[in-house]
Design a protein around this ligand. Structure first.
Ligand code: FAD
Ligand code: FES
Length: 510
C-alpha cells in the first residue's frame, strides 16, 4: 500500500510518541536518534494509549500497566503484554514523515526440534507469561501447562474491578493469550490438579494418577484466598474471590438495596466494596486495622481511601472484627466483637491469601509456604518459581520478599523461562501494582516497608496526585492516581537510586 504523509519530522519527539491515524490504524511515531519508528499506538495488553506513556533509555513504557517494549524494534521487554508491538513501514522525505497503514508481517521462524520437556505448574499470570516466553525465546520442544481452573489462563484482575460490578460477564473475562495460541504453538494444556511435584526427581503427579517427567519446570501455582475460622463461614451467601466461578457465585447473591458485609480491608476487599456499591448494595467493611492500606501507603493516603469509599456510601467498622456469622439456611447477619450486629445478604471474606505450594516436595519452604529462589528465580537445578509463591531477593537488597502483584509474577516468569533455556538472567524489575476504585486507578511502584516521609504532589482528595514514600531523602516507592505518564517515567527511573528532588522534578515537568 502507498506511503502517506502523516507528520512533519520536527513534530516527532524522543521522549514520547505522536499518534497519527490512517483509517482504523492508530500509529505511534517516535524519534530514535536519527531514525524514525512507527508502531501500533495501542498496547497489545489491554489497549493502553502508548503515545500517552513514556520513552526512557530506549524503552517504550505503556501508561496503563507499565508494559515495556524496545524502542529500536518494538520487541516485548516486560509484561503484562505478552506480545510485541506491531510495526509499520516508515520513511522520511525531507521534512515529511510517511507511513504505510499496512503492518509489517513479522517472520515466524520455526524453532528447532528439542527433546526437552518443560513443565509449567500453574496456569495463571506467571504460567501464561512463561509459555509465551518459552516460544518467543525459540524453544521448540514440548511445553506442558497444568492448571486446575477451567479454560485457558485469564485476566484475574478484572474479577474485582468489572465482573463483580456487573460490567463484564464472568465468562467474558479476557484471556491472557489468543484462543488459537495453544494449538498454534503446540502448548499441551492440562486442566487438572497437581498433587505432587518432586523437585529432585523432576517428576510431577496429577491427582488422577498421571505422572510426568520434565527436564525443567516453573512452579507458579499462586495463592488461594485465606478462609476465616469463624462460626457460620460455611453458610450460603459467604464468599471469597479468586476464580471466575467465585465471581459468578457472588453475582448470583447480589441484590440491589440489600446489605453486604466485607470482612477485611484488603485491596480485593475494597475493590469489591466499590463493585457492590456500583450494584447499589448497602456495603459495610469490617477490619481490625484502624486505617485501610496504612501499612502499604501510610496513614494519610490510607485515610483518603477511606474518605473516597465513604463518599460513595460505604460504612466502615474499623479496629474491630467479626466473631460469628448467623443465619438460617443462608447468611443473614455478621456479629462483631462488641456485640453489634450487621445485617448481611452477602458476605465477602477478603483477608489475604495462603500459598498453593503444599504439593511441592524436595524444597524447604518458608514459614508462610513461600518457595525460596535466587535472583534468577531458581529453586533447584532446572526448577524455577515465579509469582505469588516466589520468595526472591529484591534488587534493592534486604531479606527475601514475596510480592503478590500481577506484573511481578509475569516479569519473573519471563526471567525463569529465559533461564530454563540455559540463560542466567536476574530479576531487576521495579515492582508495580494497580488497584481500581470508583473508576479511579491507583498505582504503586517500588517496594517500601518503611519510610520517614511521605511527600505528596497534587490533591489526594481529588484523586489526582503522586506521592513519594521516602527514606533518607531517597524514594522507596510511589503511590499515584491520575498521573499515568509520570508513573511510566518513574517506573524506569526507579531502576536506580532516585532522590526526592529528582522525582519531584519529573512529577512537576511531565
Ligand atoms: C480478584 C483479584 C484481583 C487482583 N487484582 C490485582 C491488580 O489489580 N493488580 C495486581 O497487581 N494484582 C492483582 N491481583 C493479584 C494477582 O492476581 C496475583 O498476584 C497474580 O495472579 C499472581 O500470579 P501467579 O501466576 O503467581 O498466580 P495465579 O495467577 O493465581 O495462578 C496460579 C494458578 O495455579 C493454579 N493452581 C494452584 N494450585 C494448583 C495445583 N495444585 N494444581 C494445578 N493448578 C494449581 C491456580 O488455580 C491458578 O490458576 C488480584 C488478585 C485477585 C484474586
Ligand atoms: S494496557 Fe499496556 S500494559 Fe496494560
Amino acid at each position: 500500500m502507498a506511503m502517506r504523509k502523516v507528520a512533519k519530522l520536527a513534530a516527532l519527539r524522543e521522549d514520547r510518541g505522536l499518534r497519527v491515524e490512517i483509517g482504523d490504524e492508530k500509529i505511534m511515531l517516535l524519534r530514535d536518534g536519527d531514525a524514525v519508528r512507527a508502531y501500533s499506538a495501542i498496547c497489545p495488553h489491554a489497549g493502553g494509549p502508548l503515545d500517552e506513556g513514556a520513552v526512557c533509555d530506549g524503552r517504550i513504557v505503556c501508561p496503563w500497566h507499565k508494559g515495556t517494549f524496545r524502542l529500536s524494534d518494538g520487541a516485548l521487554l516486560e509484561p503484562p503484554p505478552l506480545d510485541r508491538l506491531a510495526r509499520y513501514p516508515v520513511e522520511v522525505d525531507g521534512d515529511d514523515v510517511l507511513v504505510s497503514p499496512e503492518k509489517i508481517v513479522e517472520p515466524q521462524p520455526s524453532p528447532p526440534a528439542d527433546p526437552r520437556v518443560m513443565l509449567i505448574a500453574g496456569a495463571g499470570a506467571a504460567g501464561a507469561a512463561a509459555v509465551a516466553a518459552l516460544r518467543e525465546f525459540g524453544f521448540g520442544g514440548r511445553i506442558v501447562l497444568v492448571g486446575r481452573e477451567q479454560g485457558p489462563p485469564f485476566d484475574r484482575t478484572s474479577l474485582s474491578k468489572f465482573v463483580v460490578a456487573g460490567q463484564m460477564p464472568p465468562e467474558e473475562t479476557p484471556s491472557l493469550l489468543p484462543d488459537t495460541f495453544y494449538a498454534d504453538q503446540r502448548i499441551e494444556r492440562i486442566e487438572g490438579e497437581l498433587s505432587r511435584l518432586d523437585v529432585r526427581r523432576r517428576e510431577a503427579t496429577l491427582a488422577d494418577g498421571h505422572t510426568l517427567q520434565f527436564d525443567a519446570a516453573l512452579i507458579a501455582t499462586g495463592s488461594v484466598p485465606r478462609a476465616l475460622d469463624l462460626p457460620g463461614v460455611d453458610l450460603p451467601g459467604v464468599h471469597m474471590l479468586r476464580t471466575r466461578q467465585d465471581a459468578a457465585a457472588i453475582l448470583a447473591d447480589v441484590r440491589r438495596g440489600a446489605p453486604a458485609v466485607i470482612l477485611g480491608s484488603s485491596f480485593i476487599g475494597l475493590e469489591i466494596a466499590s463493585c457492590l456499591r456500583e450494584q447499589e448494595m448497602a456495603v459495610s467493611v469490617v477490619a481490625p486495622e484502624e486505617v485501610p492500606f496504612a501499612r502499604q501507603f501510610g496513614e494519610r493516603i490510607g485515610r483518603s481511601f477511606r474518605t473516597l469509599h465513604e463518599a460513595h456510601g460505604v460504612r466502615f467498622h474499623l479496629g474491630t472484627e467479626a466473631v460469628r456469622l448467623d443465619g438460617t439456611g443462608r447468611v443473614e447477619s455478621v456479629v462483631l466483637k462488641d456485640g453489634s450486629v450487621l445485617p448481611a445478604r452477602l458476605v465477602i471474606i477478603g483477608v489475604g491469601v495462603r500459598l498453593a505450594t503444599e504439593f511441592v516436595e524436595g524444597v524447604e519452604r518458608e514459614k508462610d509456604g513461600g518457595v525460596p529462589v535466587d535472583a534468577t528465580m531458581r529453586v533447584a537445578d532446572q526448577v524455577y518459581a515465579a509469582g505469588d509463591i516466589a520468595a526472591f531477593p529484591l534488587p534493592s537488597g534486604g531479606p527475601r520478599a514475596r510480592i503478590e502483584h500481577w506484573r511481578v509474577a509475569q516479569q519473573q516468569a519471563r526471567i525463569a523461562a529465559r533461564n530454563m533455556l540455559g540463560g542466567d538472567a536476574a530479576y531487576d524489575g521495579v515492582p508495580f501494582f494497580w488497584t481500581y476504585h470508583y473508576e479511579k486507578t491507583f498505582e504503586y511502584l517500588g517496594h517500601a516497608k518503611t519510610w520517614d516521609d511521605v511527600v505528596i504532589e497534587g490533591d489526594l482528595d481529588r484523586q489526582d496526585f503522586a506521592a513519594l514514600l521516602v527514606q533518607g531523602g531517597m524514594v522507596g516507592a510511589v503511590v499515584a492516581c491520575g498521573r499515568d505518564r509520570v508513573t511510566a517515567i518513574l517506573a524506569e527511573r526507579l531502576r536506580g537510586p532516585l532522590s526526592t528532588e529528582a522525582a519531584l522534578r519529573i512529577i512537576r515537568s511531565a
